[in-house]
Every structure is written in structure tokens, then in C-alpha cells.
Design a binder for this molecule. Structure first.
Ligand SMILES: Nc1ncnc2c1ncn2[C@@H]1O[C@H](COP(=O)(O)OP(=O)(O)OP(=O)(O)O)[C@@H](O)[C@H]1O
Ligand SMILES: [Mg+2]
Length: 260
């Protein structure tokens, strides 16, 4: 079980002097992602989406309110909650396979089992043949795929993703979305995870999510929390898909107007 709850969370980054004011990134944010639910976060640049994922991963602490997983306040980062970072955050001195194996060592998976897990995940993201390459030898999309493989390899209970497909071409993007869709539908409990995805793509959010949380401009507050109960696999031609897309577009567009 892995239920995620953000309860009345405020996050303020302190300033460092007269010309560096404190920044209120999130203000009284409330939402829940139930066990095995796929939850997407939509919102403008700077509204606190990455901050929210960092709170869930345990890299940051809320200024007020609580971040709970299975009713327990989130403590230090662990393999149980992994994150695909917006900027990949690969170790530059490690090869593709070493980057992916890193979390397995942290999880204390025996060395003899690591190799098979690493190669399965390299396969999964279509990087066979690139095992010995270093991050600087890879394209942006390839780095992103390594980051996805690294986050999945430890079989986390909660998978946090910050624009994981942004640098992928349309084909790879569709492939990874399909793979995530398969994991969502899997009857194997190890495969199914609670997922929180930050994305700029309304279509991607609708294709994948059980729930879509729209944030306001900074400080981020919950503007809308929408359950998506369209049957899967979802078709962009479905009139309900189109209606929801319009609704989300309007919500985001309204926020843009606020700033003008
Ligand atoms: N470590 C930090 N120290 C100070 N301010 C920060 C820090 N991290 C984020 N902020 C500020 O908090 C606000 C929210 O930032 P955050 O990175 O969470 O936004 P975001 O929604 O992920 O934006 P984007 O879509 O551009 O990635 C911004 O104003 C940012 O400048
Ligand atoms: Mg961000």
C-alpha cells in the first residue's frame, strides 16, 4: 500500500538579504493520491511543481502542513520513493549501467542479481548497446531514459516524475507512455505503483491519469482536482477526452490571464 497525502502544505524558501526576498512556492496545498493511483500535476512554470515532488521524495521539508505516505510523515529519501528529475541528475562519472545499478546497491540487492535487473531495465527503455557509455556521450532523450530506468529498477512504491518525457521524440514518448500504461494495468503488485507525474502536456495527463491536480500560479494552490474515469486505453478522439482537454485548457489559460 502507498497512499500519498499532501495536507495543508506551505513551502517558503527563505531569502538571503535585502534584495533576496523569501519565496512562497506553495500555499495550503491539499490533495491525495490513493494506492496505485496515477496523479498528474499541471501548472505554469514556477508554480511549485518540482518543489512538491522534492517534498514527496524527502529532499525538502514543508514550512507548514504535512506530507504523508501511508499516514507517516515523509522522512529521508529512500528507494521506496524514487524520482525522475527534470534535469536527469545522472552521475557523470558512472556509465549507463552503473547509474542504473546505483539504487540497487542502496537497496542492498545482492551483486549477482543486479546485472539481470539492470539489463532488463536498459532493454525496457531501448538503450541496449549503450551500457558502457557515460552521460556526456548520450543525447538528452537518452539521458532521460537512463533516469527513468534508474527510478524503475528499484521497484519503488511511489514513483515521482518531473517532466520525464520532455526531451523525448514523439515515438519514444509514446513508447514510454505505453510502458507506464502497462504498469498501471498490471496485475503484478510489484509493477503497480502510486505515481505522481509533473507534466506540461494536457494530453499526456489525460492519457495517463486517474487524477489531475491543476495548480495556480505561484504561490501554487490547488485550482482544480479532477478525477479521470475514462476507459483505458484512452483515445484522443473520444468526445469526453476532448471535453476534458478543453476544461483543462481553460483552467490553465485563466491562470495565465491572472498574471497579465
Ligand atoms: N531551492 C530553492 N531556493 C529558493 N527558491 C526556490 C528553490 N527551489 C525553487 N524555488 C522557487 O520556488 C518557486 C517554485 O519553483 P519550482 O521549481 O517548484 O517550480 P516549477 O513549477 O517546478 O517550475 P518549472 O515548470 O519551470 O519547472 C520558484 O519561484 C523558484 O524560484
Ligand atoms: Mg520544475
Amino acid at each position: 500500500m502507498s497512499e500519498v497525502r499532501i495536507a495543508n502544505v506551505c513551502k517558503e524558501y527563505p531569502g538571503h538579504g535585502a534584495h533576496d526576498d523569501a519565496v512562497l512556492a506553495l500555499e495550503r496545498v491539499n490533495f491525495e493520491a490513493k494506492d496505485h493511483e496515477f496523479c498528474s500535476i499541471l501548472g505554469h512554470s514556477g508554480c511549485g511543481k518540482t518543489t512538491l515532488l522534492n517534498l514527496l521524495a524527502g529532499f525538502e521539508r514543508p514550512t507548514r502542513g504535512q506530507v504523508l505516505v501511508d499516514g507517516q510523515p515523509v522522512g529521508k529519501p529512500t528507494w521506496e520513493r524514487t524520482i525522475v528529475f527534470q534535469d536527469y541528475a545522472l552521475f557523470p562519472w558512472m556509465t549507463v549501467e552503473q547509474n542504473i545499478a546505483f539504487g540497487l546497491e542502496m537497496k542492498k540487492i545482492p551483486a549477482q542479481d543486479r546485472e539481470a535487473i539492470v539489463s532488463r531495465h536498459i532493454d525496457l527503455v531501448g538503450l541496449s548497446g549503450f551500457e558502457k557509455r557515460y552521460p556526456h556521450q548520450l543525447s538528452g532523450g537518452m539521458k532521460q531514459r537512463v533516469s527513468i530506468a534508474r527510478a524503475l529498477a528499484v521497484e519503488p512504491h511511489v514513483l515521482l516524475m518531473d517532466e520525464p518525457f520532455a526531451a523525448l521524440d514523439a515515438q519514444n514518448r509514446a513508447m514510454m507512455q505505453e510502458e507506464l500504461g502497462r504498469m498501471l494495468a498490471s496485475s503484478d503488485a510489484r509493477q503497480r505503483k502510486t505515481m505522481v507525474l509533473v507534466t506540461h502536456s494536457i494530453e499526456e495527463a489525460i492519457i495517463l491519469s486517474d487524477r489531475i491536480v491543476v495548480l495556480t500560479r505561484r504561490p501554487g494552490r490547488v485550482k482544480a482536482n479532477i478525477e479521470v474515469d475514462l476507459p483505458r486505453p484512452r483515445s484522443e478522439a473520444d468526445p469526453r477526452f476532448i471535453d476534458l482537454k478543453m476544461e483543462l485548457r481553460n483552467l490553465i489559460h485563466d491562470e495565465f490571464q491572472v498574471e497579465q
